[in-house]
Design a binder for this molecule. Structure first.
Ligand code: ADE
Length: 228
């Protein structure tokens, strides 16, 4: 997979890809993440990348020319499965969408800033708009980092234990069950007996029951329409 990210603040995306799972995916050659500075496409003599909106709206929008040129330039080099705009009014990101996008070859992520981007780009060039939650960030960079992380950890070979991404919360529509580690008794707090029993069928049944109970208690909305 290749992910191209267009941003006016590339520095914001230095850290997230230099550590942990995304770094491992990059180092193993399973994903390429390219962060591009929109200013590199600006024809303005001061490399300006913002512009005033028509009408009476306050604030600035990302300038049309550098953004459109950057997208067109990247698209001339390869086909993209999706050109994604990160925006609080997009589809709220959830695991099924991440799973689907993880099968892509090339993705382009556009980080908005100021008051957003020209609606004509959203109408004609952007193929998918995603939000990472009902709150407003200063720009799309952190959302792009979240999406990239969620995608990369699903790529085969990135996480050592192939089954571990499948047992994440949400992967089967349920929250994950609680986990425990050694020692079996710590500070007087005991690990549930069943986990120490060595009985795999009983452990599986307990974990399923716990996942369901936790989902019912914390996220009953996930169970709506399910026949359980
Ligand atoms: N840009 C600003 N806020 C955002 C959000 N919640 N999700 C995605 N992109 C954003």
């Amino acid at each position: 997979m290749r992910i191209d990210i267009l941003t006016v603040l590339p520095g914001l995306l230095k850290g997230p890809f230099d550590e942990s799972i995304v770094k491992r995916g990059i180092d193993k050659g399973l994903v390429e993440v390219h962060v591009h500075n929109l200013r590199d496409w600006s024809n303005n003599k001061h490399n300006k990348v913002d512009d005033a909106p028509f009408g009476t709206a306050a604030g600035m929008v990302l300038a049309m020319q550098p953004l459109h040129d950057a997208i067109t330039d990247l698209q001339s080099q390869r086909d993209y499965d999706e050109v994604i705009f990160l925006t609080p009014d997009g589809e709220t990101l959830a695991q099924p969408r991440v799973n689907q996008l993880s099968l892509s070859g090339n993705l382009m992520l556009i980080c908005g800033h100021y008051k957003g981007i020209d609606q004509r780009l959203r109408d004609h060039v952007i193929t998918l708009e995603l939000s990472i939650g009902d709150y407003v960030l200063s720009g799309g960079e952190l959302a792009a980092a979240v999406l990239t992380d969620a995608l990369v950890r699903l790529l085969p070979g990135v996480i050592g234990d192939e089954t571990s991404a499948l047992s994440d919360s949400f992967q089967d529509g349920l929250l994950a069950p609680p986990v425990y580690t050694r020692p079996a008794v710590y500070n007087g707090w005991k690990v549930p007996d069943v986990l120490l029993s060595g009985n795999h069928a009983a452990i599986d049944a307990w974990q399923e029951e716990q996942a369901l109970a936790r989902t019912k208690a914390r996220r009953p909305d996930l169970l709506e329409g399910r026949d359980l």
